[in-house]
Design a protein around this ligand. Structure first.
Ligand SMILES: Cc1cc2nc3c(=O)[nH]c(=O)nc-3n(C[C@H](O)[C@H](O)[C@H](O)COP(=O)(O)OP(=O)(O)OC[C@H]3O[C@@H](n4cnc5c(N)ncnc54)[C@H](O)[C@@H]3O)c2cc1C
Length: 443
């Protein structure tokens, strides 16, 4: 039967955001094309007083504001663009425990006991997201359980040692039941991890902040900040907010507002592509709805989306703006290196986003000066860590716990400016070479 040309194809993407009447002005991504709720928020005008002003409406700012609003505090979220416009609305959607800095590096810096406490916080972050999606019944969050963490070379001891009943070890035969490729040798199935549509999730959390009485302003870049007195004053092009408390949650888009914060962050770009709908072709390669990531330093991560009809594939990092077309070709080459059978698969969209990295690769969460907190530096592992980062910051502001002190050893070290960026790019290339060499040697 021929399809009725008037009925929309459920696999087609929605309108491109910037030109659409209802969608917010997001970059063109899978997520902005599949918004469950496209409401816009007003820009800040005039003078507003609140008990706490949060700058940046990514997950870090939104989780902080949500915890404060739940405790009865009058909060305002001030966003330069649109809620979730930054990394939070463009990412891979993988939710798993841990931090961007590996467990071993954390142990070396703070010792085993504090590393264990931090690991527990990172798991709590996973549960916060799971809980919010379930209890708020978030439309379009589309949580799907399971992430396969796979290794491309032939050594398994540490993976076997890490395996637990919730995260069983997989040998190559077990992997091949899910994935039609010989590229992966070993892995772990993280059953408590899951993946989501991050932008729909974030927008629903913002709606909850509003339901609790919070104010949300879009298209309102904070261009001035007087943070020294007991009453802080933030200015935007058309308004001003006064509050005794301010939280800076500006991620990889942190500008010169607070130079010390800007100097502590390296903005690193990373990339995602989305395939055309091709369920039959994709089924020749990927037979699981679990997400997949390999354990190289900046490895591939991918998952099927839109009911398994499209492939969302992420990877690569750069410290300079790279052309999406060139990066799209590089991501495609990576994909074909794993699944040559996907040769005919076309790419519909490629996009990028900026992550905030500290030199120590841990979140930077804590007091900046009296009445001012920073919640940033979540790197490429931001979904669980922003959730717990926002919660512990709110607890510190409310005086209900000092769990934020666990992050104190990871301060606002100078990230090295342009030299730091060049060093980060060189380190990434060096690690890529090491990964390539190890794969060849141990395959
Ligand atoms: C492509 C990509 C894939 C990723 N994949 C994953 C993944 O699968 N799993 C995972 O855990 N993590 C992933 N990450 C990392 C994760 O998305 C981030 O760590 C996390 O979203 C950071 O949240 P944030 O709130 O700190 O920053 P952001 O989401 O970037 O939010 C910061 C906000 O602050 C606003 N802002 C900045 N300056 C001002 C100002 N002066 N005034 C007002 N507003 C301002 C910006 O407009 C922005 O909206 C990925 C990141 C990228 C880019």
């Amino acid at each position: 039967m021929r399809p009725d040309p008037r009925s929309p194809d459920p696999r087609s993407l929605g309108p491109r955001s910037p030109g659409a009447e209802t969608a917010a002005p997001y970059p063109d991504t899978f997520y902005s094309r599949t918004l469950a709720d496209a409401r816009r928020r007003p820009a800040l005008t005039g003078r507003v007083s609140v008990e706490c002003a949060v700058i940046g409406a990514g997950f870090a700012g939104v989780f902080t504001a949500l915890s404060l609003a739940r405790a009865g505090m009058r909060v305002a979220l001030i966003e330069a663009q649109a809620v979730g416009w930054g990394a939070s609305g463009r990412n891979g959607g993988f939710v798993s425990d841990g931090f961007a800095s590996g467990a071993a590096a954390i142990r070396r810096r703070v010792g085993a006991a504090q590393a264990e406490a931090l690991q527990a916080l990172s798991s709590e972050g996973v549960e916060i997201l799971r809980h919010e999606i379930a209890t708020l019944a978030i439309a379009g969050a589309d949580p799907v359980p399971g992430i396969l963490r796979l290794r491309r070379y032939d050594r398994s001891e540490d993976l076997r040692a890490d395996a637990t009943p919730e995260a069983p070890y997989l040998d190559q035969a077990a992997i091949r039941r899910h994935l039609e490729t010989a590229r992966y040798k070993h892995g772990i199935a993280e059953r408590t991890a899951f993946h989501i549509h991050p932008l729909n999730t974030l927008r629903a959390l913002v709606a909850e902040v509003e339901r609790l009485g919070g104010l949300v302003f879009e298209q309102s870049p904070v261009t001035g900040a007087d943070l020294d007195g007991p009453l802080k004053v933030l200015t935007t092009p058309a308004g001003r907010i006064e509050a005794p408390r301010v939280v800076l949650a500006t991620g990889g888009y942190t500008g010169p507002l607070v130079p010390r914060l800007r100097r502590a962050i390296l903005p690193i770009a990373t990339y995602v592509m989305l395939s055309e709908p091709a369920p039959d072709l994709l089924a020749q390669a990927i037979r699981t709805r679990m997400a997949v990531g390999d354990d190289r330093r900046a490895g591939d991560y991918y998952r099927l989306v839109q009911d398994g009809t499209r492939l969302l594939w992420g990877g690569r990092i750069t410290t300079h703006a790279a052309s999406p077309a060139g990066i799209g070709r590089a991501l495609r080459a990576e994909m074909l290196g794993v699944y040559p059978q996907l040769g005919p698969l076309k790419t519909d969209l490629v996009w990028s986003g900026l992550m905030a990295y500290a030199r120590h690769r841990m979140p930077q969460i804590g007091p900046l000066q009296p009445g001012v907190w920073h919640v940033t530096g979540f790197g490429g592992h931001g979904l669980n860590t922003t959730a717990i980062g926002g919660r512990v910051t709110a607890e510190a502001i409310l005086g209900t716990s000092d769990r934020v002190a666990l992050f104190a050893p990871f301060g606002l070290d100078w990230a090295g400016g342009p030299v730091g960026l060049a060093a980060a790019q060189a380190t990434y290339w060096a690690l890529q070479v090491q990964d390539w060499w190890r794969e060849r040697k141990e395959a």
